[in-house]
Design a protein around this ligand. Structure first.
Ligand SMILES: NC(=O)c1ccc[n+]([C@@H]2O[C@H](COP(=O)([O-])OP(=O)(O)OC[C@H]3O[C@@H](n4cnc5c(N)ncnc54)[C@H](O)[C@@H]3O)[C@@H](O)[C@H]2O)c1
Length: 264
C-alpha cells in the first residue's frame, strides 16, 4: 500500500509508539495529523515531521468528533486512522472506578467514536483503513493490569467486529498487539524484569512492523511474533495457559516478599 500523499491521523502521537508511527508514515510520503492530549508534544512531533498538530482528547465524544472534523478540514479526507492513544491505570483489584472508566474511554470508546464518523465516508468511497493499537494484553492477559487487560480485549473485539462487518465493503481493519515497548508506559521492576524487559522493542521497531503490515492487510500486527503462539496456546488449552500465568504470578509474589519496595 503506498501512502504517498494519503491523509492519515495518528492519535497519541506526541510520544512513544504513536510518534514513531507518525514519523515513519511522514517519511513514506503521507500527510499526517499528529494528535495528543499533550499539546506541546503533539506540536513538537508535527513540526519535526512536517505534519499538522491537532492536540486534544481523542477519546471523549466531543474530543473525538472535533479531531475527526479538524482532520477532514486539514487533509481533505482521512484514508487511514491509527487509533493509538492508550492508558494503563491500576495494578490490582483495588483499581478505582475512575481508573476503570478512563481505561474504557481511551482504550475502547475512542475507537467506537472515531469509527462512527469515519466509516460512513469510507463506505461511500469503498475504501478506508482503521488500525487499532491494542496490546498483547488484549489477546492474553497482563498480570498487574486488570483494567488494561479487559479494555484492550475490548479494543481487539471492536476491531474484529469492524472487520467482520465491513471487510467486503473495502474497509481494512488491523490490530497492533505488541508486548513490551520501550516507552514511558513500560514500567520497570517486578513484572517487566521477570517477563519482557529484555524482549522489549523500541517504538521504531514497532513502527517498522506496522509499515510492513500495511502492505498485506493482515488483521493482527504482532511485532513480537511469539504472541501468536501464546494466543493459540490459550485457545487450545486454556487451563494449562492459566496455570502458566499463575506460575508467573507466584514468582512475582515471591519477589514482592523478597523486596517489598519493588526495587524502588
Ligand atoms: N509501551 C508498551 O509496552 C505497550 C505495549 C503494548 C501496547 N501499547 C499501546 O501502545 C499505545 C501507545 O503507548 P506508548 O507505549 O507509546 O505510551 P506513551 O505514554 O509513550 O504514549 C501514549 C500517548 O497517548 C497520549 N494520550 C493518552 N490519552 C490520550 C487521549 N485521550 N487523547 C489523545 N492522546 C492521549 C499520551 O499523552 C501519550 O503521549 C497505547 O495504546 C498502549 O496501550 C504499549
Amino acid at each position: 500500500m503506498s501512502l504517498a500523499g494519503k491523509g492519515v491521523v495518528v492519535t497519541g502521537a506526541g510520544n512513544g509508539v504513536g510518534k514513531a508511527i507518525a514519523t515513519h508514515l511522514a517519511a513514506g510520503g503521507a500527510r499526517v495529523v499528529v494528535n495528543d492530549l499533550d499539546a506541546d508534544a503533539a506540536g513538537a512531533v508535527a513540526e519535526q515531521i512536517g505534519g499538522h498538530a491537532v492536540p486534544g482528547d481523542a477519546a471523549s465524544a466531543p474530543g473525538a468528533e472535533a479531531l475527526v472534523r479538524r482532520s477532514w478540514e486539514l487533509l481533505g479526507d482521512v484514508e487511514v486512522w491509527f487509533g493509538n492513544a492508550g492508558v494503563e491505570r491500576g495494578r490490582t483489584l483495588a483499581t478505582s472506578e475512575e481508573d476503570w472508566a478512563l481505561s474504557h474511554e481511551v482504550n475502547v470508546m475512542a475507537h467506537v467514536r472515531a469509527a462512527r464518523l469515519l466509516v460512513p465516508r469510507w463506505l461511500e468511497r469503498g475504501s478506508g483503513r482503521y488500525v487499532v493499537t491494542a496490546s498483547a494484553a488484549g489477546l492474553l492477559t497482563l498480570l498487574e493490569g486488570p483494567s488494561y487487560s479487559v479494555t484492550k480485549h475490548g479494543a481487539v473485539a471492536f476491531a474484529e467486529w469492524l472487520s467482520a462487518t465491513y471487510r467486503h465493503r473495502g474497509i481494512v481493519v488491523q490490530a497492533l498487539c505488541p508486548q513490551g515497548v520501550r516507552t514511558q508506559m513500560l514500567p520497570t521492576g517486578g513484572l517487566q524484569d521477570l517477563l519482557s524487559h529484555d524482549s522489549a522493542l523500541t517504538p521504531e521497531e514497532v513502527a517498522d512492523t506496522v509499515w510492513e503490515a500495511l502492505a498485506d492487510d493482515r488483521f493482527f500486527i504482532l511485532p513480537h511474533p511469539e504472541v501468536g503462539g501464546y494466543y493459540a496456546a490459550r485457545a487450545t488449552d486454556t487451563d494449562r495457559w492459566l496455570a502458566g500465568m499463575n506460575k508467573l504470578q507466584r514468582k512475582l509474589d515471591d519477589l514482592a516478599v523478597a523486596d517489598p519496595t519493588g526495587g524502588q
